[in-house]
Design a protein around this ligand. Structure first.
Ligand code: GLN
Ligand code: ZN
Length: 751
């Protein structure tokens, strides 16, 4: 047997790519230095994979920002406005990713979306009428040649044509079928050039195949592949799927003249069942057996049991998805051996593949025994009280009374807010000073008193600023928080934190998901101190800021020994205690962020409720069900991608929901209206993921568009998301424009 991986983390063991790219963005280094760092990292990573004994090494899994954006550049699916700018290739690439505002023009970034059910975000390509699909980038060739020059024959990886077309946006009147011809021709050209350069196989990533496919989507897929495979230009083609099973097209896939098929045996509920119906002997099956998404060690006995049942004659052991979704290595962590032995990050997963390969080949008995012993021993004890509490929850615990319509009146009486109330999503810019001070405190270089004084000073300053600018509902700014999940995890039992466990989230941004190690309970009040301090500094209402249970769970590495539902309910009970403490401290508005609620929605519609929403939405309700009727509960979701689950969102029974809307168009609002959405809404009026300041009149326009669709008494005015990653100057300018625009809009309201 041989071993392979689908892709490797890109940021670097110590996030070198991020830091270098940020230097480049700040103008401290030039393009050449950035490209050099990238090249060194690629080389280091290829060699790591090779030295781990993995027989097939991918290339072009590297990206300067996002691999869907890379593919868009490869295929020349680049909006005309950006093509026309007098920028270098790299500048143009970053312009599409982050927006560009400078002497050479003013363009907005393309929208970002979550990559399937992960916390990675891809840039959504846009097909326009003018789009002329043709080969327009040499990245994939350059990286193949670069590896070859180092003596490594790699397997170039590319987002497959079907998935690319499925993920893209289309200008009105256009759809995927308009571009199939150009796309197929361009992929074939890529095949030809790669073959010329000496490549043997190409990996086409087609995760869209694990979703429910409508008849016309399936037809599109078959049309593309029948044309594409008609001339493979001498290359072998591996169609790689992940994040689920391919039940809608398995029979078609194995009948196609592809050479290899990659399937996910971890998340694919039906993968084993599908292959049991037979797998052709002339094709290779890449079996995704080592979990590419979680950090726990592979249970070899379990994996072997699966492998035994796979009827394929030609098998390659692989990961369930790209290792992009796990941190680099456990080698730089400081956990005790008794703990770290349970973890496998990317580098350790390479060794697991090798181990499994050895065991299958009849060796490695000692390795297998050690692994079995690890899983046989008790890892953590159970909190029996907590289990009993969860088992005893009834419908009443999940129900807030009175009903929303009644609460809305009571809250209006208590809060006296103007129409179109203005607020922000919680965090203000975390400047270098804020981060350095927090670090100094954590390291013990700063006393608790000094740190508290520093935070108080910042809060004072921003409360005053928000009052001056004229915000209606203020926030304290979240300066004490490094991260919206880690901060809570640090105050909960059962959590572990890595030092270097970064995972790419969007662009060069990494997140460091904490690890749920055991049963979760709240150790002490978490946010009460700073929220009530901020409230003491103003007569305006200050929102309390919490992260919701589903998001805490989704942005952590979850346990695999108890259900995700059970873990989430444990967290919900802990956050509930916090909500009640905030309320008791006089906080009238509490925002419970569920930024990641949509993230783990199963990819197949048929699984949505049973596997997820039926417990995730109640878990949120459990958190706020017992607050007073006139305490206003807000929630926030990043991305307005919930058009298809609007009743479930309404069912969270929050009083107000804010969500990212400015990068997407406002179609969501039509749907909210059509489905009689009750919750008040704050659709983000400007994009905070870009340093760009909205132009004069831009926010006014957006508000106008919102008011055309939602009754004004239901509307809040706020930015898209938290402002933590932004600079102070651009933030203040943008927020002043926001408040001015809201004020102007109030004048025009007549209903
Ligand atoms: N309250 C959080 C913040 O402002 C919300 C962040 C988010 O939605 N991702 O930072
Ligand atoms: Zn957000």
């Amino acid at each position: 047997m041989t071993t392979s991986i689908i892709g490797f983390p890109r940021l670097g063991e110590f996030r070198e790519l991020k830091f270098t790219t940020e230097k480049y963005f700040r103008g401290e280094i030039g393009e050449a230095e950035l490209l050099e760092t990238a090249k060194d990292l690629r080389s280091k990573h290829w060699n790591l994979v090779k030295e781990a004994g993995i027989s097939e090494i991918p290339s072009n899994d590297f990206s300067h920002y996002d691999n869907v954006l890379d593919t868009a550049f490869l295929l020349n699916v680049v909006p005309k406005a950006v093509q026309d700018l007098a920028l270098t290739d790299l500048e143009r690439y970053f312009a599409l990713a982050r927006g560009y505002q400078g002497e050479k023009g003013d363009v907005r970034a393309l929208p970002m979306k979550k990559w399937f059910n992960t916390n990675y975000h891809y840039i959504v390509p846009k097909f326009e009428k003018e789009t002329d699909v043709r080969l327009a980038s040499h990245k994939i060739f350059d990286e193949f040649a670069e590896a070859k020059a180092q003596g490594l024959l790699t397997r170039p990886v590319l987002i497959g044509p079907f998935t690319f077309l499925q993920l893209a946006d289309y200008e009105e009147g256009l759809d995927a079928t308009d571009f199939v011809e150009g796309i197929v021709a361009t992929y074939q050209e890529v095949f030809a050039r790669l073959a010329e350069l000496g490549a043997e196989t190409i990996q086409l990533d087609e995760p869209s195949l694990v979703k429910d496919l409508a008849a016309e989507e399936k037809a599109l897929f078959l049309d593309i592949y029948n044309r594409l495979l008609a001339d493979k230009k001498g290359l072998s083609v591996l169609v790689q799927t992940y994040f689920g099973d391919v039940r809608d097209v398995y029979a078609d896939l194995i009948a196609l003249p592809i050479d290899a098929l990659g399937l996910d045996f971890v998340e694919g509920k039906k993968t084993l069942e599908l292959v049991s119906t037979g797998f052709p002997s002339d094709k290779v099956l890449y079996a995704g057996i080592v979990n590419g998404k979680n950090i726990w060690r592979n249970d070899y006995a379990k994996s072997l049991a699966i492998l035994e049942q796979i009827p394929a004659e030609n098998l390659v052991l692989s990961t369930s998805c790209s290792l992009l979704h796990v941190p680099f290595t456990t080698a730089n962590e400081e956990f005790e051996e008794t703990i770290v032995q349970h973890f496998a990050f990317a580098v350790e997963k390479l060794a697991e593949l090798r181990n499994l390969d050895t065991i299958v080949a009849g060796g490695g008995q000692e390795i297998l025994e050690t692994n079995k012993a690890l899983f046989a021993a008790e890892r953590v004890g159970e909190n029996a009280d907590l289990s009993a509490r969860i088992a005893g929850l009834t419908d009443a615990d999940y129900t807030r009374l009175p009903a929303f319509a009644e609460r809305e009146v009571l809250q209006a009486e208590r809060l006296h807010l103007p129409e179109l109330p203005t607020t922000t999503i919680g965090s203000f810019p975390q400047t270098a000073e804020v981060r350095a001070t927090r670090l100094a405190f954590r390291k013990g270089d700063l006393s608790a008193q000094e740190y508290d004084d520093f935070l108080a000073k910042h809060i004072d300053e921003w409360i005053k600023w928000q009052e001056e600018v004229g915000f209606d509902v203020l926030v304290h700014g979240e300066f004490e928080r490094n991260d919206m999940v880690e901060y809570f995890g640090q105050n909960l039992s059962g959590y572990l934190f890595s030092k270097n466990g970064w995972v790419q989230s969007y662009g060069m941004r990494g997140v460091k998901p904490p690890i749920i190690w055991g049963d979760v309970t709240r150790l002490q009040p978490i946010t009460v101190k700073w929220s009530s301090y901020a409230q003491s500094r103003t007569t305006k209402p200050v929102k309390g800021m919490l992260t919701g249970p589903v998001t805490i769970l989704n942005w952590s590495f979850p346990r695999e020994d108890i259900s995700i539902k059970e873990s989430t309910l444990q967290i919900a009970l802990a956050i509930k205690e916090e909500v009640l403490d905030l309320e008791a401290a006089g906080i009238k508005i509490i925002q419970i962020d569920e930024a990641a609620l949509r993230e783990k929605l199963p990819l197949r519609r048929s699984d949505w409720y049973e596997d997820y929403l039926d417990w995730a939405i109640p878990a949120f309700r459990l958190v706020h069900s017992t607050v007073a009727p006139d305490t206003q509960i807000h929630t926030h979701m990043c991305y307005s991608e919930f058009t298809d689950i609007i009743p479930a969102i309404d069912n969270m029974d929050a009083d107000v929901i804010s969500f990212e809307a400015s990068r997407s168009n406002l179609v969501i609002l039509d749907e909210l209206k059509a489905q009689n959405f009750q919750t008040q809404v704050g659709p983000g009026v400007y994009d905070i993921h870009s340093p760009r300041v909205p132009a004069e009149g831009e926010i006014d326009h957006t508000i106008e568009a919102i008011l055309a669709k939602v009754p004004s008494r239901k509307v809040w005015i706020n930015p898209d998301c938290g402002l933590k990653t932004r600079g102070i100057k651009e933030t203040r300018k943008s927020l002043v424009r926001l408040v001015e625009a809201a004020r102007a809009a109030r004048q025009t309201i007549t209903d």
